[in-house]
Design a protein around this ligand. Sequence first.
Ligand SMILES: Cc1cc2nc3c(=O)[nH]c(=O)nc-3n(C[C@H](O)[C@H](O)[C@H](O)COP(=O)(O)O)c2cc1C
Length: 198
Amino acid sequence: MGFFDKLFRSSTNKEEEQMANLNIGIILGSTREGRLSPQVGEWVKSLAEKRGDANYEIVDLKDFDLPFLGTTDGSEPGIAKWNEKIGSLDGFVFIVQEYNHSITGALKNAMDMAREAWFNKAAGIVSYGSVGGARAAEHLRGILSEQSIAHVRTHPALSLFTDFENGQTFKPAQMHEGTVNEMLEQLVSWAGALKTVR
Ligand SMILES: Cc1cc2nc3c(=O)[nH]c(=O)nc-3n(C[C@H](O)[C@H](O)[C@H](O)COP(=O)(O)O)c2cc1C
């Protein structure tokens, strides 16, 4: 094998290794009783796992029991656990639901509960609502920018009317699978690139 072949091969291996080690959290943005976000998160995870390009896991805000920022001395174990979890991830898929044209208070609070742990990472958004959760997703983009999280362009937007039966049982239209994969393609590429910056 010639010098350039070896050089090329070692850089390709390095890229592959880096991609294989990427950890992506699928963050469920809602916490209310009867929420739909677990169905959407599991669907994204099942599509993501078929790709074999990163490790994907569900990150459920409910598991962290975060207090409302500023109302305690900050010693709750959930706060440290949340920061550790975010710190361990290279990228995020935010499962976003529209509440009064924005994201949930729970997600905003959770965003505010970490700082450096978010920096120089990448994110994709999957949203739902009466108009695909588009307004909430756009609000989230502003927050992500402030937290130095690079958010990818492709954004699957699910309709409460056509992608959920009776607004309850998730039955996504086939076309969304392609959009989720396109979003993940962009996310994995940016998450890998940003790992080199940290
Ligand atoms: C407090 C509240 C406000 C809402 N506001 C909107 C809204 O502005 N636009 C919209 O499309 N849907 C709105 N909805 C409907 C939610 O998007 C819908 O109930 C969705 O299932 C919520 O996500 P979840 O089931 O994961 O909690 C609202 C729901 C709640 C509970």
